[in-house]
Design a protein around this ligand. Structure first.
Ligand code: 3PG
Length: 207
């Protein structure tokens, strides 16, 4: 499953992190992102509509993998799986959540922010991690330094990344994918400007 998580990130390259107001908004946004060429999205469990949005996106059968993000505990993990989430992302990974993720029957990308956290997850068999909040904890320089001792690990940096530096992160050997909210502006979500979302997705892939 760690291999599945890595393949998912390698294929995706860019991971939109979405906080959605409704299932309808989520579905329309997912369609627009898929039309723009993106293959995976992370729906954060930060809004009341998040689980319904994951269910709606999954049921639509788009050419796009939908995961749940901001998963903070085992109960949220179970709820996300029950609503059709195809992968799981966490901002950090305390031991009880790591236990639950180890048992989970789908690709998981646990969050870490330091060498010690990375080592704890490595010891449990995780090889593909989220590096959060990336810009605030050293960004590209930190990921370069971590590649020394942790050369077999891959990271999806997220937090504070934008259009201007996503490519620089992606050029690192230990970064198969970068995540963030920059490619879906809240104004476009609010206005239903799906053409803008598709164009932004295309741009984020370098198109
Ligand atoms: C996350 O949960 O991954 C971040 O909140 C996304 O970060 P960004 O909004 O700074 O891109």
């Amino acid at each position: 499953r760690q291999h599945d998580a890595l393949n998912l990130l390698r294929r995706a390259r860019i991971m939109p992190v979405l906080s959605l107001a409704s299932a309808e908004q989520g579905l329309a946004c997912a369609r627009a992102l898929a039309a723009g060429g993106l293959s995976a999205i992370e729906v954060t469990l930060r809004t009341p509509a998040a689980l319904a949005a994951i269910r709606a996106i999954r049921d639509a059968g788009l050419a796009l993998t939908v995961g749940a993000g901001t998963v903070l505990d085992a109960a949220q993990l179970d709820a996300a799986i029950a609503h059709g989430a195809e992968f799981i992302v966490t901002p950090g990974t305390p031991p009880a959540l790591a236990d639950a993720l180890q048992r989970a029957p789908l690709p998981v990308i646990p969050g870490a922010a330091s060498a010690s956290e990375i080592m704890a997850l490595h010891a449990r068999g995780f090889r593909t991690l989220k590096f959060f909040p990336a810009a605030a904890i050293g960004g590209i320089a930190a990921l370069k330094a971590l590649h020394g001792p942790f050369a077999e690990l891959s990271f999806c940096p997220t937090g504070g990344i934008g259009e201007h530096d996503a490519k620089d992160y992606l050029a690192l050997p230990n970064v198969p994918c970068v995540g963030g909210s920059w490619m879906v502006k809240k104004d476009w979500l609010d206005a239903g400007d799906w053409a803008a979302v598709s164009a932004s997705a295309r741009r984020s892939l370098g198109g």
